[in-house]
Design a protein around this ligand. Sequence first.
Ligand SMILES: *[C@@H]1O[C@H](CO)[C@@H](O)[C@H](O)[C@H]1NC(C)=O
Ligand SMILES: *[C@@H]1O[C@H](CO)[C@@H](O)[C@H](O)[C@H]1NC(C)=O
Ligand SMILES: *[C@@H]1O[C@H](CO)[C@@H](O)[C@H](O)[C@H]1NC(C)=O
Ligand SMILES: *[C@@H]1O[C@H](CO)[C@@H](O)[C@H](O)[C@H]1NC(C)=O
Ligand SMILES: *[C@@H]1O[C@H](CO)[C@@H](O)[C@H](O)[C@H]1NC(C)=O
Ligand SMILES: *[C@@H]1O[C@H](CO)[C@@H](O)[C@H](O)[C@H]1NC(C)=O
Ligand SMILES: *[C@@H]1O[C@H](CO)[C@@H](O)[C@H](O)[C@H]1NC(C)=O
Length: 409
Amino acid sequence: MRGLTPLLCFVSLLPPSLSTILQNGQARDTRFVDSRIASIDANTTAWKTYGPNATELAYKGRWDSKHISWWAAPGLKVGFSGQHVAITFGEHTSPGVLVAYRVAGLDWQMTNVSSGTHQLVSPETPGLNRTVPSQLPLTLEMRVTNWAYGVQIAAVHVSSTSELIKVPNHAKTIEFIGDSLTSGMYATYEAFSGFGFGIGAGFGNIEYSITAYPGICLHDANCWGNPRGQTYQWFQTSDTSPRAAQIYGTEPERWNFDAHPKADIVLINLGTNDNNTANNLTSEQYISSYISFIPKVHKIHPDAQIILMSLWKGFSTVGNSYKQIGAFTDGIFQVYEHFKDEGYVHYFNSTGILQHNDYGPGSHPTDFGHIKIASHVMQYIRVKFGWEFGASGPEVQHETLYWNDQRDY
Ligand SMILES: *[C@@H]1O[C@H](CO)[C@@H](O)[C@H](O)[C@H]1NC(C)=O
Ligand SMILES: *[C@@H]1O[C@H](CO)[C@@H](O)[C@H](O)[C@H]1NC(C)=O
Ligand SMILES: *[C@@H]1O[C@H](CO)[C@@H](O)[C@H](O)[C@H]1NC(C)=O
Ligand SMILES: *[C@@H]1O[C@H](CO)[C@@H](O)[C@H](O)[C@H]1NC(C)=O
Ligand SMILES: *[C@@H]1O[C@H](CO)[C@@H](O)[C@H](O)[C@H]1NC(C)=O
Ligand SMILES: *[C@@H]1O[C@H](CO)[C@@H](O)[C@H](O)[C@H]1NC(C)=O
Ligand SMILES: *[C@@H]1O[C@H](CO)[C@@H](O)[C@H](O)[C@H]1NC(C)=O
């Protein structure tokens, strides 16, 4: 019989790993947990092991039949008793992929994972001993921070006297259909800092799925190396990454919408790549694809309010000031007007939320830009559709604590 203690030593003895999160070209001072432990063999009496299809596990976003995650910030949530939770990641886990995880309302912690076993919860997990009975069972939530890399769940382990507990889904669901903007490209923690995550996690009381991938077009065309556009890819489980091409070639698994909760809101931010001359598309192709896409989304999510977000392509200097550059500015409004009388399509005018310094040199919003977009969209959804904010304090955006500690300068 192998006791728990020797296994746990791996967690507390190893120093936090060195890793690079870039912030304005400088390495950010980060503290990533080294969560790797020796593999847990099926015969050990110290752990109880659940397979990846255990009904207790709630997968968030898109995962395929092999329990491989796709798209931006996919997640896993489960309740547990006891003080030990470990996950064995399968061979299709991207080596060293950065995941965020948290217990209950504690702050997010970050750890790089690879195939093999990682222990995310132990008695040393900060704050674990502060639990009050009303917070039981504790929950573990994990999110992949990137949009192209992913993990594969092979098993979840708790101590042998403990168990996993199913955490019911929140009643409301939002689905994002987007590109690099929604998936947080060039934000410091990528998808985990992007406005898709900011809105979904920001509400605190909804489920969310971020089907967004950098460079992808709405129109079904090869854009920046993405072989297909969202009018095709959104119906598939996997994204347009090389990782997906390697596993599935040109025959991805179709996403089974009927096996998952229907969306109540679908937020679409697409067209910035269609609008780029490099991709050789016309405004007419974009608009007609958009007009044929919306009824298909509506058929799948018949009760969803579909919000079309206006686009921004950055800022240019005009004389001695700055001006936001739009993309398909009239076109998107035209698409909205086409469906206006049906009542389920809405137009979110994003002009004026971002200023030129909310935009990084990589032509994407900064972390602050993402937070501004997320905040405005959340308030729009609250006012327009009556969704209340359910987060009452737990951290959403990680490492955004900037403050002044001197009174008199
Ligand atoms: C696990 O237990 C089974 C049955 O007792 C045994 O055949 C097998 O060799 C054990 N495996 C390991 C890795 O110890
Ligand atoms: C999980 O998979 C195993 C092996 O494929 C199967 O025997 C079992 O019935 C599945 N359980 C659920 C809950 O689907
Ligand atoms: C951890 O993840 C970050 C972000 O992707 C990456 O920069 C770093 O190299 C990774 N570290 C390891 C040890 O894999
Ligand atoms: C929790 O553990 C920490 C570190 O061991 C300790 O400082 C703290 O007093 C404990 N809190 C409670 C409520 O037991
Ligand atoms: C766009 O058109 C140019 C000129 O015809 C061609 O060289 C290029 O390969 C095309 N790009 C794409 C993505 O189709
Ligand atoms: C991008 O959108 C603008 C309208 O906002 C339009 O004038 C321009 O022709 C579009 N460019 C491309 C390449 O689609
Ligand atoms: C969007 O907002 C901008 C700034 O307030 C405004 O100039 C523009 O007319 C609005 N567009 C639409 C379609 O309402």
